[in-house]
Write a protein that binds this ligand. Structure first.
Ligand code: AVJ
Ligand code: FE
Length: 432
């Protein structure tokens, strides 16, 4: 066994452990009633996410990579996300909290044994190491989903975190990104998922992009200006949805005299004007941008702003360079339970001075979720390929609830344009 392989095993074990610590925190913060209850028809009961994480890990690592006997073949169907809609999951004969905890622990013991004994080096074995990375990301993604479920849960607060850092200097205005091709996507990022691959040239005309995401104060001005009552700013589908769903403000906002209160993880406070708006759907983002005389960036525009280095012409892994995120670069990993004001992470800015592209809130782009040229589904069609098409919009950059293992300059998230229970915000752009 090589030194490098040892390092890889240690890294994978540490990342699996970090993901499990977070899952444990999110599922032990509440009682059994809150674990099994459905907090919103849009979300699974937390106990479903818990056992689903273990079941995916069993399928991919215990059975596929390890070639071991199933731990529990009888529950595969219950935890297959394609077999049961989230709204129907509470009615299933799910494992209870105690059983689910025991199950994920048994699976994890076997996985650590597989990790110790399975070969990771060599050509087909690169894929084996990737399967571990994929499982780490899968658990962290479900942890973010569980965090979104916590945000929908009624009752006293159970999660705590310090407030995000305050800006050294406020960041406003826009930056001109010159026309020209750049490298979009990746063929070299070790843990990049199939939809981020392969690297390819994308040509983008010159555009302006906001240095910061749209803030609560800016969004409140759109509301005060009657933005929700004027179909002029909305697309046809957006206006239909605004009417049908009765949208009047971001999710979790309520009127307080002539200001606004927002509830975050059980705590209700006045909105902080300088912080990025969160819990808006695509249609709301699009309407705001039109009202502001701008538009949403395309996915390529977002990625060029985040990765393109004008000095070298190459694309970076992150806006600040190729080094992984630290607490100084970005608001990630549930370190804080809200997005930070623009200017709070100057070390994370892009070469052209665009701030906080990574972390804080997912950012809606105007692009439908489509494969890149040369896409190959890997390791399963079900990860991304079955979602390609006009139904989903791409979101970029990660939120305060996204772990760095599942976040990079090339990472692509997607959701329906009506969804806003996720930690979604946006920034604006305009054609130069
Ligand atoms: C990439 C966040 C859209 O939650 O549906 C979790 C991630 N895929 N389990 C989702 C995922 C399978 C996915 N998103
Ligand atoms: Fe999943």
């Amino acid at each position: 066994m090589t030194y490098q392989t040892d390092r890889l095993r240690d890294l994978v074990a540490a990342e699996l452990g970090r993901a499990r610590d977070r899952t444990t925190l999110l599922t032990e913060a509440v009682d059994d009633g809150d674990l099994t209850r459905q907090h919103s028809p849009l979300m699974s009961p937390l106990v479903w996410d818990l056992a689903h994480v273990g079941n995916q890990e069993e399928l991919w690592l215990v059975r596929d990579v390890g070639g071991r006997e199933p731990v529990r073949r009888d529950i595969d169907e219950l935890y297959d996300a394609f077999k049961h809609a989230r709204s129907n999951r509470p009615a299933l004969p799910l494992l209870g909290p105690g059983e689910a905890r025991k199950y994920v622990a048994t699976v994890r013991d076997k996985v650590l044994d597989v990790l110790d004994h399975a070969p990771l080096e060599g050509s087909p074995l690169v894929d084996r190491a990737f399967a571990f990375g994929m499982i780490v990301q899968h658990e962290q993604q479900h942890d973010e989903t569980m965090l979104a479920t916590h945000q929908l849960r009624a009752g006293a607060p159970v999660l705590n975190a310090p407030p995000p850092p305050a800006p050294a200097a406020p960041v406003t205005g826009e930056v001109l990104i010159p026309a020209g091709p750049f490298t979009m996507g990746t063929s070299t990022e070790a843990w990049a998922l199939d939809n981020e691959r392969p690297a390819h040239q994308a040509d983008v005309p010159a555009y302006w992009i906001d240095r910061a995401a749209v803030t609560n104060a800016e969004y409140a001005a759109f509301i005060e200006a009657g933005g929700y009552d004027d179909p002029h700013w909305w697309s046809t589908a957006g206006w239909d949805h605004r009417q049908a769903a009765g949208l009047t403000a971001p999710q979790h906002w309520q009127r307080d005299g002539d200001g606004w209160l927002a509830t975050q993880f059980g705590r209700t406070t006045r909105i902080t004007g300088e912080e990025p708006v969160v819990h808006v759907c695509y249609h709301e983002a699009e309407a705001y941008a039109a009202w502001a005389g701008k538009r949403l960036p395309t996915e390529a525009e977002w990625e060029k702003a985040a990765r393109w280095d004008p000095a070298t012409g190459r694309s970076r892994r992150f806006p600040w360079g190729d080094d992984p995120p630290t607490a100084a670069h970005a608001n990630l990993g549930q370190a804080h339970l809200r997005p930070a004001a623009a200017g709070a992470f100057p070390a994370g800015a892009s070469p052209l001075g665009v701030h906080q592209l990574i972390g804080d809130t997912w950012e809606w782009t105007s692009t439908d979720f489509h494969p890149y040229p040369g896409f190959t589904a890997f390791p399963y069609r079900e990860y991304s390929e079955v979602f390609f098409g006009p139904d989903y919009k791409v979101l970029r950059g990660g939120s305060f609830g996204t772990d760095q293992a599942a976040c990079r300059g090339t990472f692509r998230n997607w959701d329906y344009p009506i969804r806003r229970q996720i930690f979604s915000g946006f920034r604006c752009a305009r054609t130069a």
